[in-house]
Ligand binder design. Sequence first.
Ligand code: DQA
Length: 137
Amino acid sequence: MNILIINGPNLNLLGVREKSVYGDTSFEAYLEQLRSRYPNIAFSYYQSNVEGEIINKLHEVGFSYDGIVMNAGAYTHTSIAIADAIAAINTPVVEVHISNVYKREEYRQTSLMAKNCKGVIAGFGMESYRLAVESFV
Ligand code: DQA
């Protein structure tokens, strides 16, 4: 099984950025844990701070991979273009958030992409990614 994990803007700074909200683990370290826990899954990882690059990646893998786990960061709340890209591809996407966005500012409580996703997982720290992977196995 092929799964691509996409992290959007500012998530390259996981482990450094606002540790009280996002924790102190880098995504690379967490990915190692995921790879050893699911040896039969081929994980790819892509991070970009650029909306169009995320869309290009969705187009590139979205007709061949088994699943996409995506934390689109703040683009979740703003990007009609990413929402449209999810609707355009065949691969199911699970939307992920590290923090519980429903406990935070009102502008984080709207996801433009959720209706095009298989499901949404939010609020379990880095484990949100693993729970999303689990939905594909
Ligand atoms: C986030 C929540 C978003 O509102 C925020 O812009 C992020 C991270 C999360 O993982 O909790 O960058 O997607």
